[in-house]
Design a protein around this ligand. Structure first.
Ligand SMILES: [Zn+2]
Ligand SMILES: [Zn+2]
Length: 243
């Protein structure tokens, strides 16, 4: 039934009515296309305006080129983009997407990506989309990897293939939450591996649900860079704030 719940068409629409990604309530008919209810739309903060030229966070000081984190640390990716600020209804949405099987949400996020970053994606022309992998045992327990589900939905919208078997998570890391920049880096040390030596990619787009400090993206980007991938970009559904 993957992907049918948000569609809200025909008989499937009655069985799986379109729900708001923010509050998960059934949407009235006139909001179905939007994918979010009026209340959540007001509370959700889209990433727009002056953003960090590197990671895509909304800048606290619009006169800066980079956010506080990107001024301090170098990244292994060229540029990142995100759809929403990780706040308000998006916090609950990301929780549901990760832990409560709310896979239907990805269709909305994939469509939003195409709408808002379609031009950027055409410009950068990635060879493939690489979802941040989950440790295999964890994926088996949970049943899915939310980054992979999002990558597949995005692939359908923008017609760029998903490369699912190149990067693997070789160890079960502890959640990054609560760790500082260096703690995150240490936690991710040797966490990812490449499945093969022959990479043959020039430009890739790494996707995930949430971007905080970029440590996860960097860990993967570093590996790919070593194998000759020249251009590495990232895209996430949510992003933290410039603190
Ligand atoms: Zn709502
Ligand atoms: Zn930044």
């Amino acid at each position: 039934m993957e992907g049918t719940r948000g569609a809200g068409r025909g008989a499937m629409g009655i069985l799986f009515p379109a729900r708001c990604v923010g509050c998960q309530r059934v949407l009235p008919y006139n909001r179905k296309e939007k994918g979010i209810c009026c209340e959540c739309e007001k509370k959700m903060e889209s990433v727009k305006g002056q953003v960090c030229a590197r990671c895509g966070k909304i800048l606290r000081n619009p006169l800066d080129a980079y956010c506080k984190d990107c001024k301090k640390y170098t990244h292994f990716f060229l540029q990142g983009k995100a759809l929403f600020v990780y706040t308000g209804p998006m916090k609950m949405a990301m929780y549901k997407l990760k832990y409560s099987n709310a896979r239907w949400m990805v269709k909305f996020f994939a469509r939003e990506t195409k709408k808002r970053y379609g031009g950027w994606l055409k410009e950068i022309q990635p060879d493939c989309i690489i979802p941040v992998p989950m440790f295999h045992k964890k994926k088996r327990q949970r049943g899915y990897n939310q980054a992979e589900v999002f990558a597949k939905a995005l692939s359908k919208e923008i017609h760029i293939p998903v490369e699912n078997n190149l990067v693997i998570r070789g160890k079960n890391t502890i959640p990054q939450k609560g760790l500082d920049f260096f703690g995150r880096q240490k936690n991710l040390k040797n966490a990812f591996k490449l499945n093969r030596n022959n990479v043959k990619l020039n430009c890739v787009l790494i996707v995930d649900d949430i971007y905080t400090t970029g440590s996860t993206m960097d860990a993967i980007a570093k590996l790919l860079q070593k194998k000759g991938v020249e251009k590495i970009f990232c895209l996430t559904i949510c992003i933290g704030t410039d603190v």
